[in-house]
Design a protein around this ligand. Structure first.
Ligand code: ADP
Ligand code: MG
Length: 388
């Protein structure tokens, strides 16, 4: 990560909280001409530094509730405070600095480069160009895009998943304590969605923001949320609880139907790769002589090695036989990897696509952590069942 001399920009160490508490008190939104209120008296406390997921059927008032937090929509009545301060008492600039906003597809400006897109709010706030440049570098790195390669591109030169990453970077640009997201990963394919979700969890762990995220996908809510808010029509709270409690003790039939019966697949959505006993294996550096690597692997009884780049990130996972005929270890495209924060459900999906019967596990900043295999998952699930 790029170092910076702007104290308000330094994000605390891993696990610290830089987020702010949000409190909604009896918030009502009645659109003109609407008989029933879209949001009919919502009261809710969103703790600082947590991810709260809003879920519920279409039209139940999720987006309206979210947009009232950054005053894109004004409540008809009720109050909303951020760290105890009424949002109506804050200037527009103040709110923009304090609340990042990410929506589906990233909604980038097509005529602006990635850098300009990310810098929209910092420019509004009058940051100088050096500070903006450093911040864009830092953010692209954080969301997993090579800064040099992508900062000058236009949105149409990016894939959907990359556009979404830039959208997340833009939401984080002014280092806001609060980030609002409305179905941010709805428009990307399942594998990219899984990666972006893992990325978000990783960012959250590093930065400790308060994140409020709307989704219609209960599995996404279970995976990402510290808490889940399940709404019925009129933004009436059906249940507001941890994913574990929502799954194991749904408040009523509406919630039970919505989350689906507590199948064992759902339990796999609750467990993370990092909770499983990972296997250590032989690693090799790009550029190392193949002969040495083979000797190490054979001595350890391994038939494949994890290839790491100069920053300790896995770039390949060749079988030893695939190294035959080469003298120097090269990055090999055949990498099957999952994030340490991925759910076991996601990990199984990934592992099933792998001839290794497993996956390479990466942690913060894509560092190599270990290897997960089917046996480890099975053992973990058995242990969980034994606990119950
Ligand atoms: P969700 O995000 O949960 O799908 P919304 O917050 O978008 O729900 O909408 C809640 C209710 O308010 C719906 O009945 C919707 O039709 C209505 N609604 C949303 N936006 C407007 C608007 N601008 N004008 C009138 N009614 C609206
Ligand atoms: Mg919506």
């Amino acid at each position: 990560m790029t170092t910076t001399d702007h104290p308000e920009q330094t994000s605390g160490s891993t696990g610290s909280v830089s987020g702010a508490e949000i409190v909604l008190s009896d918030v009502v939104k009645r659109y003109p001409g609407q008989k029933v209120a879209a949001v009919d008296g919502l009261s809710l406390t969103i703790p600082a530094g947590e991810i709260v997921m809003f879920v519920g059927p279409s039209g139940c008032g999720k987006t309206t509730s979210l947009k009232m937090i950054n005053r894109l929509i004004e409540p008809t009545s009720g109050t909303i405070t951020i760290d105890g301060v009424d949002i109506r008492k804050q200037s527009e600039n103040e709110l923009r600095r304090r609340i990042g906003y990410v929506i589906q597809g990233g909604s980038l400006f097509p005529h602006m480069t990635v850098e300009r897109n990310i810098a929209v709010v910092p420019r509004l706030l009058g940051w100088d160009s050096g500070r903006i440049h450093d911040r864009v570098t830092e953010l692209l790195d954080l969301v997993g895009l090579d800064p040099d390669r992508y900062r000058g591109r236009y949105p149409k030169e990016l894939s959907g998943g990359q556009q979404q990453r830039v959208g997340v970077a833009r939401g984080l640009a002014a280092d806001p304590p609060v980030i609002l997201m409305d179905e941010p990963f709805g428009a990307v394919d399942p594998i990219t969605r899984q990666r972006l979700q893992d990325e978000l969890l990783s960012i959250q762990r590093e930065l400790g923001k308060t994140i409020v995220c709307v989704t219609h996908d209960i599995d996404e809510a279970i995976k990402l949320g510290d808490r889940i808010l399940i709404l019925r029509e009129g933004a009436q709270v059906a249940q507001y609880d941890t994913p574990e409690t929502v799954l194991s003790a749904p408040a009523d039939d509406f919630v039970a139907d919505f989350v689906g019966a507590g199948s064992s697949l759902k339990a796999l959505t609750l467990a993370r790769v990092g909770e499983v006993e990972l296997r250590q294996t032989v690693t090799a550096r790009v550029g190392e002589p193949v002969e040495e690597v083979k000797r190490r692997a054979e001595a350890a009884g391994e038939n494949c090695v994890v290839v790491l780049d100069e920053r300790g990130r896995p770039v390949g996972w060749p079988f030893l036989r695939q190294l035959r005929g080469t003298t120097i270890v090269r990055p090999d495209g055949d990498l099957v990897d999952v994030d340490v924060r991925a759910t076991l459900n996601d990990a199984l999906d990934t592992m099933l696509s792998s001839s290794h019967g497993g996956a390479v596990v990466t942690g913060d900043r894509d560092q190599f952590v270990g290897v997960i295999d089917f046996a480890a998952v099975t053992d973990h699930v058995r242990a969980l069942e034994a606990e119950r």
